[in-house]
Structure formats: C-alpha cells, structure tokens
Design a protein around this ligand. Sequence first.
Ligand code: ADP
Ligand code: MG
Length: 253
Amino acid sequence: MSAAIVQLRELRCHFASGEGLLAAVDGVNLDIKAGEVLGLVGESGSGKSTMGRIIAGLQPRSAGDLIIGGQAMPRHYSRRQFKAMSTQVQMVFQDSYASLNPRMTILASLQEPLWSQGVTGAVARDKACYWLERVGLPQSAGERYPHELSGGQRQRIGIARAFIAEPKLVICDEPVSALDVSVQAQIINLLQELQTEHNTAMLFIAHDLAVVRFLATRTAVMYLGEIVELGPTPALFEGPRHPYTARLLAAHL
Ligand code: ADP
Ligand code: MG
C-alpha cells in the first residue's frame, strides 16, 4: 500500500579493528514504509546505531545502496546534498546534549533546521515558539541554553528539532535510555503523538523490548550486523521464528 521512504540494499559498513575488519552492518536489505513505525532491536554492538547513522547521512557506508525517497544517495554528501537529504530524514539521539550547540539559545537551536531550508525571520521564530509549546516547554525556556534544561527537557527539544521541518522519517536511537524512568513514558507518549499527528515514518531503535512492542507496527531484529528477523510486531513477539529472537525475548520478558 504505502511506498518505501528508505530502501537499503546489501548495505555494509566495516570498521578497522584489532583483528582486521569488523562488519558492523553486514548486508542489510530493508524497506522503511512511509508513515510506519519500525522497531529495531538487538543486543548492544549488533549494529543498530551504525545503520541508523548511515540512513541519516552521519556515517558513510562501505558498500551497498541507500535509497531515500526513490533517489540513490551518494556515499559521501556534499553540503547541498546533505541539506536536501536532511529535509527527509532527521535523527533523535540518546542524549540531545550532544546535538545542541551549547552557545545557542533553545529558541535559536529550534530554528536551525528551518534556517538551513531557507525559512528565516519571524516565520522561523513563530514556528519555533509553536514547537516549544507543542513539546511541553514554557516560552521562557526559549531564552535558556542547553545546560540550563533537565535531560527530559533537552530531549523534548531534540524531538522538536527533529520534527520541526516535517521530515518523512525520524530515526530515534535509544531516545529514552538516558532518562529517569519517570520521564521515559512521557517522552514515549510525545513521540507517539507526533508520529501520529504528522504521519512521519519512525525507525525506533531500543533495547527496551516493551517499548518497541508498544510503539512499533513492524519489528526488525539485528544480530552481528544482520537483520535476522522482520515481521509484524505482535507476530514477532508472540511467535519468534529465529532462534536469536527467541533468546532475546526470553532474556528480556
Ligand atoms: P549498537 O547500536 O547495536 O549497540 P553499534 O552500531 O554502535 O551497535 O556498533 C556495532 C559495532 O561496530 C560494535 O562492535 C562497535 O564497537 C563498532 N563500531 C561502531 N562505531 C564504530 C566506529 N566509529 N569505529 C570503530 N568501530 C565502531
Ligand atoms: Mg546503539
């Protein structure tokens, strides 16, 4: 029914390691459909973040194809190509601290993705004010700097920045892992609301299987750089077909 916003074909990413080359992503084929929430699970070191970073243009792949919105992406982007790609794909990190400029006010940080699309002045400012409120922060927070916010508030800003320019896909890489348990559910609910409101596709990377089960329509399981199982979330959780998925579920549930 819905078209693929991202297509990965035999995607590979190798890193040099002590014992030679480490295949962090080892021949992944995957379609992310427009508007879907795709969960990505797997133990630490299985290649989830590397795959997310490649899709978001933050990490060059070693081989294979990355197709976004029907267009084949280069391995290395020019500034112009990166800008064009980032209108379609945005990323939310585990801790937004790293992605926020410490010298910029929150209101300026929110406008940054708009500025890079040529939306400036009062239009950008009004939009940033709207998003500040939409993610649950008071207008006064706009004049603050990243270090003056709590971790949960910073993550709300990271989420607003990801959604503000209306991308087709938002990749969330362990977006609540660094937060207090009491804040995690609020952030998950916010992400779900925004995803539904804007019909944005979401690649949701998490080691918390319960959250993926709650959010994702389909779930992919990654092991040693490969996707070993992919299916509708209920079926995957109720009747895993791959032995690794079964072990992962047994260890967590
Ligand atoms: P996950 O997100 O599933 O925990 P990662 O994608 O972070 O997995 O890492 C996959 C593998 O690639 C790990 O063995 C990790 O140590 C390695 N790796 C990731 N990034 C780099 C890098 N920049 N340089 C070298 N090795 C890396
Ligand atoms: Mg990771």
